[in-house]
Design a protein around this ligand. Structure first.
Ligand SMILES: [Zn+2]
Ligand SMILES: [Zn+2]
Length: 341
């Protein structure tokens, strides 16, 4: 068990129960090579995700779209009109517990009834709702704004969002190495550290469906690079982890590209002709090499874009200052010529 649970256990009897039943363990994943993996449970991605609207006020739409991939796996999409980030959230249900990956970009339950929707999806066990763990791919606000909706619910535990809290909860002692395991009852989810976009980033591999839930680490959109070296190592770590495992799909936190591979304008509430949500093993396999060849600023790949927004901003600022100096210098020369006449 971990310190976080220990601290929370004293505060809340429901969490005492949760703390005692969550089996979180870390191991260097050596068993992968030896084990034979069962066939993933199949599911359907046959959904038209809410694409928002050019005029959201004139086109009212449901804030949350719920798609059953299979009876125990739900994909939730926040409407681009509710928030331009239009996050994808994932609910995985085991026989003892459920796991919600991310809580999205909208805090207000009146605008985005996330907790209510999740509770309705949770089955009962022993005349009570199944206990729920709310975890995050990383601490960026668009992946955790809905957390407060779960704060006071019974049998719900929310993993803290800071790096120390993440390490403690999952029991990572050699971050970013090691794999943690969440036991949902008849369903194990492996938790893989994937820093690079953000220092707290995790990917979740579901042994039931063979899906990798990749957050902002890998998605059809802009892969915003914070630490390129860490990102490249994370990519290699996930490639190695999945080498001997079945992989049905890679499902990320957003869709930011259209079918032609062009990114929507940042902040747009309208996503016509969206790229499909799912990425494949090839996209992941190409990621370490994409970082080897990354110029540090911007690189387009078939299904994602690598970009370092901070560096691009700095470069833009340097260019702007250089242009300004050139203009001032030009004006100064012009004035000097006039004065000397
Ligand atoms: Zn992010
Ligand atoms: Zn995000």
């Amino acid at each position: 068990m971990n310190q976080l649970n220990g601290r929370r256990q004293t505060a809340n009897p429901f969490l005492l129960y949760l703390g005692a039943t969550w089996k979180v363990a870390v191991s260097i994943s050596l068993l992968a090579a030896a084990s034979a993996w069962s066939q993933p449970v199949p599911g359907s991605l046959d959904a038209h995700w809410n694409e928002g609207a050019s005029d959201c006020k004139a086109t009212p739409q449901a804030p949350l779209q719920v798609h059953a991939y299979e009876p125990q796996t739900f994909i939730l999409r926040q409407s681009p009109c509710a928030d331009f980030e239009a996050n994808f959230l994932y609910l995985l249900i085991g026989s003892d517990k459920a796991l919600l990956i991310d809580t999205g970009a909208v805090a207000d339950p009146k605008e985005m009834p996330l907790a209510k929707t999740i509770l309705e999806l949770l089955p009962d066990k022993d005349q009570k709702k199944l206990p729920l763990l709310v975890a995050h791919t990383h601490r960026h606000m668009d992946h955790r704004a809905g957390d407060p909706q779960f704060a006071s619910l019974p049998s719900v535990q929310v993993v803290s969002i800071d790096l120390e809290g993440v390490k403690a909860f999952y029991g990572f002692t050699d971050w970013p190495n090691g794999i943690a395991h969440l036991d949902l009852g008849g369903r194990t989810v492996d938790v893989i550290p994937t820093p690079g976009h953000n220092e707290t980033h995790l990917a979740f591999y579901d042994n039931r469906t063979g899906i990798l839930f990749s957050g902002d680490f890998l998605m059809p959109g802009r892969l915003l690079v914070d630490d390129a070296a860490a990102y490249r190592e994370s990519a290699q770590r996930v490639v190695d982890f999945l080498k001997t495992r079945p992989l049905s799909y890679i499902l990320g936190g957003h869709i930011e590209l259209n079918t032609a591979g062009h990114a929507y304008r940042f902040g747009s509430h309208y996503h016509p002709n969206e790229h499909r949500l799912e990425l494949a093993r090839e996209d992941l396999a190409a990621l370490p090499a994409a970082f080897e060849n990354f110029n540090g600023f911007y690189a387009r790949h078939p299904n994602y874009i690598l970009t370092n927004p901070i560096r691009n901003l700095v470069a833009l600022a340097i260019i702007a200052v250089a242009v300004l100096i050139l203009i001032v210098w030009g004006v100064w020369r012009l004035l000097r010529r006039r004065w000397s006449r």
